[in-house]
Ligand binder design. Structure first.
Ligand code: FES
Length: 127
């Protein structure tokens, strides 16, 4: 058995299992391209999975003050805890707050059975 990863495997990272993310749940992950790393989050909104970089378009800092808390209390939107920017979970579009018209950066997801993979930026993950 070879320890070398295939090109496809090098460009994606296993970040969780579908069963971990029931509707309304989120999970954070870290992506690295060897030079830089970035935090992201997967979310289950009304039964569909989405992933975004955990960086608010307003001033480029993490959305969550309380670790892994991204949804508004009613579960309808994602919210930045810093200045209250509010985002559509299915698109990442900011619909209220200081960055209206901007959007969260999406991360490509890939499901393989019960496993959730995200696509790594330029050149793959080095973890
Ligand atoms: S940093 Fe997110 S609203 Fe200001």
């Amino acid at each position: 058995m070879s320890l070398k990863r295939t090109k496809k495997e090098a460009k994606r990272k296993l970040v969780g299992e579908v069963s971990e993310l029931t509707p309304g749940m989120t999970k954070k992950f870290t992506l690295s391209n060897g030079k830089y790393s970035v935090e992201g989050m997967i979310l289950n909104y009304q039964g569909s999975l989405y992933a975004y970089v955990n960086r608010c378009p307003h001033i480029g800092i993490s959305l969550d003050w309380v670790d892994n808390q991204f949804f508004t209390i009613d579960g309808r939107y994602l919210m930045c805890a810093n200045h209250g920017a509010t985002f559509e979970p299915a698109t990442g579009a900011c619909i209220w707050g200081p960055c209206v018209g901007a959007a969260l950066q999406s991360v490509a997801l890939e499901l393989e059975g019960a496993k959730i993979f995200v696509q790594c930026p330029r050149g793959g993950d080095q973890d």
